[in-house]
Design a protein around this ligand. Structure first.
Ligand code: FAD
Length: 694
């Protein structure tokens, strides 16, 4: 029989697909990082032919040191940048920074002896790799990674590889720094040689920066010895070249005034929406949940109906913040850029491997407002780097002292919770720092990070509307001269105020630009994307569940209960649904107090809510007490394979609950305590115990 046209079209398509599949990585690369690509395009770099072979890239650009990062919140990426910069300025290494996601690793066995590879690796959640490190991690930790030369009987495959490793972790999680530990073991097993210690920074103890600083000095010393490097006087060389563009104004439609990428600039925002490309979503409802004039907690409903965005119950939504106008002004003033804030500039890497973390041409205002984390705590190393650019010798001396003395730094900067502009302002008593190069701040400050929220609605009950439950961060630290305001939550609060027609939506004079770049966020919009999570209800609703979620930890459990109530209304069999909730006072911060009654009506006796109010009576009552009271019932349900969920504060509550559950199991079953602990571990491994903590 003859092939008709359609058959031929299909066959050709299949053939092309097959060729594409087998040549992947050789002739083309999957655009995994649309943000990077759109940035590259915006900056005039061509995206075609970007290699996934890092050795080729190093050779092409004359590098002998590559610093890979596995980063979720930007800190590992920042450390990678800092190490690359320091390696170059102090030791003359030719360094480049690279996202693990952008390269393949089957050629690790071909790294020659005169080159070195750094791994700066954050551990995420339950000992998992960060999103951008998943493929790398799977590759190196398999039993026998398939390196290009294959296994040779005489020599281990990575016998020539020299590497440096630092991990970012949190000791309140069980799998503390497991990424760096496991990668280190895997590389050593294949014969690679580590230079210096495998460093471990601990966010849980709040010592990340100091751990990093303490680790890197001896590491540099061993690296210098191994590679025969001579330390030289470090001279600052800007990574980015900033060119004033008098030929352009902010009115020109090629100028980025805060748009996250090219599509947004061209006004055709389209999916896929992800960490590189937000959806400018309408907020369809917003309200406050606390009856407490001192504190705010927001409930917001975000509409994703007109998009291909999907979520399932238990996922997270990421909100892309805008910095407060007050802080943007402070920053621009202290750098002497206030008058020039709307001048158009082009920002380009001075080295082909340097990535500009935002699109350009743009303005100082747009960079500072939409792309830089200007309110975060200041790093001590950064203080030393800015010192030489101080407006007077006296200030330079005082900055140098702060940068080199850990205790002094803590007393005068960290304990006061200063952000970078506040520090510069305090040091110079308000005088500007015009000599400080803007490039230094692009290098030294993090790219602004989206903040994640556990979605508090059920995708079954409301598939096109995502709910957020967020407590507005406002902290008065004992020694701080000012109240510390969370960037994103105060931005959301301002949006809520605008939605409710409050004349001047301006919490605490923060003055957010609520209309967004070119008024694109007008009418109560916020940029978001969705991140899928493994925090999931059992697929069979008849299975019993136990949830522990004090404070905003209740967010995903509102979703879980909403889902089970909807299923019950539809006539499905729903199992026992037990929720432990805690807050300060029943009359002030009992989240969704009225809704639970409706869910109880839908679920009948199968719904049980145990509440703990810590400030309502003479004795402080926490969820832990309520769990202990229900020990027998909990154990009975666990024996019926109930799922156990914990959400909220990682540092204290989640850890306590984990320990408590082990105790309950051992007491109820007459087991030794260690066996109870083992049982909780087993439950974690089989997903019967799930955490969503932050
Ligand atoms: P930020 O500006 O990020 O500040 C946060 C804190 O950092 C401050 O309170 C302060 O302690 C510290 N800090 C900031 N600047 C300084 C400084 N200059 N000096 C010293 N310290 C400083 N939150 C919710 O309310 N509800 C949720 O459902 C929820 N779910 C989450 C789920 C996940 C998976 C994760 C990772 C987090 C979740 N969070 C949730 C937390 C949320 O992502 C944000 O961290 C939180 O809302 C604060 O964001 P922010 O931008 O307002 O504050």
């Amino acid at each position: 029989s003859q092939l008709d046209t359609l058959d031929i079209v299909v066959l050709v398509a299949l053939l092309l697909g097959t060729i594409a599949y087998f040549t992947k990585g050789t002739y083309w690369a999957i655009a995994k990082d649309p943000y990077g690509n759109s940035l590259a395009l915006a900056n005039g770099h061509k995206n075609t032919g970007r290699t996934r072979n890092f050795l080729e890239k190093m050779d092409e650009t004359g590098k002998n040191c590559i610093v890979f990062y596995g980063s979720q919140t930007g800190t590992a990426e920042d450390y990678a940048n800092r190490l690359a910069k320091e390696g170059h300025s102090r030791f003359g290494l030719d360094t480049m920074v690279a996202d693990l996601e952008d390269y393949d690793f089957d050629n690790l066995d071909l790294v020659p002896e005169d080159k070195v590879v750094f791994y700066i690796l954050a551990t995420y959640g339950e000992g998992e790799p960060t999103d951008n490190a998943v493929d790398f991690y799977e590759f190196v930790t398999t039993e026998e990674p398939a390196f290009s030369e294959g296994q040779s009987p005489e020599e281990k495959p990575l016998a020539k590889l020299k590497f440096v490793a630092f991990g970012l972790g949190n000791n309140t999680y069980e799998h503390y720094n497991s990424m760096v530990r496991n990668v280190n073991t895997a590389l050593e097993k294949c014969g690679a040689t580590r230079i210096g210690e495998a460093g471990e920074g601990d966010d849980g103890a709040g010592t990340m920066e100091e751990d990093f600083l303490a680790w890197k000095e001896p590491m540099w010393a061993s690296l210098a010895e191994t590679m025969n490097l001579e330390e030289r006087e470090a001279v600052y060389e800007p990574t980015f070249e900033i060119t004033e563009r008098s030929d352009l104004t902010i009115e020109d439609d090629t100028v980025y005034v805060g748009e996250p990428n090219k599509n947004h600039l061209e006004g055709k925002s389209q999916g896929p929406y992800n960490a590189a490309n937000p959806y400018i979503a309408p907020i369809v409802e917003s309200k406050e949940l606390f009856h407490d004039p001192q504190r705010n907690c927001l409930h917001m409903e975000i509409d994703i109906g007109n998009t291909n965005l999907k979520y399932t119950t238990g996922d997270h939504i990421a909100v892309w913040p805008t910095n407060a106008g007050m802080e943007v002004d402070r920053f621009l003033k202290v750098l002497g850029l206030y008058e020039k804030r709307n001048n158009v500039i082009t920002v380009k890497g001075t080295d082909p491997t340097a990535r500009v973390p935002f699109p350009s041409p743009t303005t100082y205002d747009a960079i500072v407002r939409y792309h830089m984390e200007i309110c975060a705590p200041v790093s001590r190393q950064f203080v030393s780097q800015i010192a030489p650019f101080a407006p007077t010798e006296e200030i330079k001396k005082s900055m140098t002292a702060l940068g080199s003395d850990k205790d002094l730094f803590h007393k005068e900067v960290a304990d006061w919770s200063l952000n970078i502009a506040q520090l510069l302002e305090t040091q110079s008593k308000g005088t500007a720092w015009p000599a400080a190069p803007f490039s230094l701040f692009i290098e030294g400050l993090n790219k602004i990070q989206p903040r994640y929220y556990s979605i508090s609605s059920s995708s079954h009950a409301q598939p096109t509307k995502v709910a957020i439950t967020a407590v507005v961060e406002s902290m008065h630290k004992p020694k701080a001269p000012h109240v510390l305001k969370g960037v994103t939550t105060n931005y959301l609060l301002a949006l809520k105020q605008k939605q409710h027609g409050e004349a001047n939506p301006d919490p605490h004079g923060l003055n957010y630009e609520l209309n967004g770049p070119r008024n694109k966020y007008d009418g109560i919009h916020v940029p978001v994307h969705i991140r899928h999570s493994n925090f999931k209800l059992p697929s069979d609703p008849a299975k019993p569940i136990i949830m522990v979620g004090p404070g905003t930890g209740v967010a995903p459990f509102r979703a879980f209960v909403q889902e089970r109530a909807a299923l019950a209304r539809e006539g499905q069999t729903v199992g026992k649904t037990i929720l432990f909730f805690g807050c300060r006072k029943q009359s002030e911060d009992f989240l969704y107090a009225d809704e639970w009654k409706q869910y109880a009506a839908d679920l009948g006796d199968n719904f049980e809510m145990h509440t703990a109010f810590s400030r309502d009576g003479p004795k402080k009552v926490y969820v832990q007490h309520k769990i202990t009271e229900q020990a027998k019932a909990i154990n009975d349900l666990l024996l019926k394979r109930a799922y156990f969920y914990v959400c909220g504060d990682a540092a204290n509550m989640a850890r306590d609950v984990n320990t408590l559950l082990g105790k309950i199991i051992s007491e109820q079953r007459g087991w030794p305590e260690s066996k109870g602990e083992e049982e909780v571990k087993r439950m974690r491994a089989s997903n019967q115990y799930q955490e969503d903590v932050w």
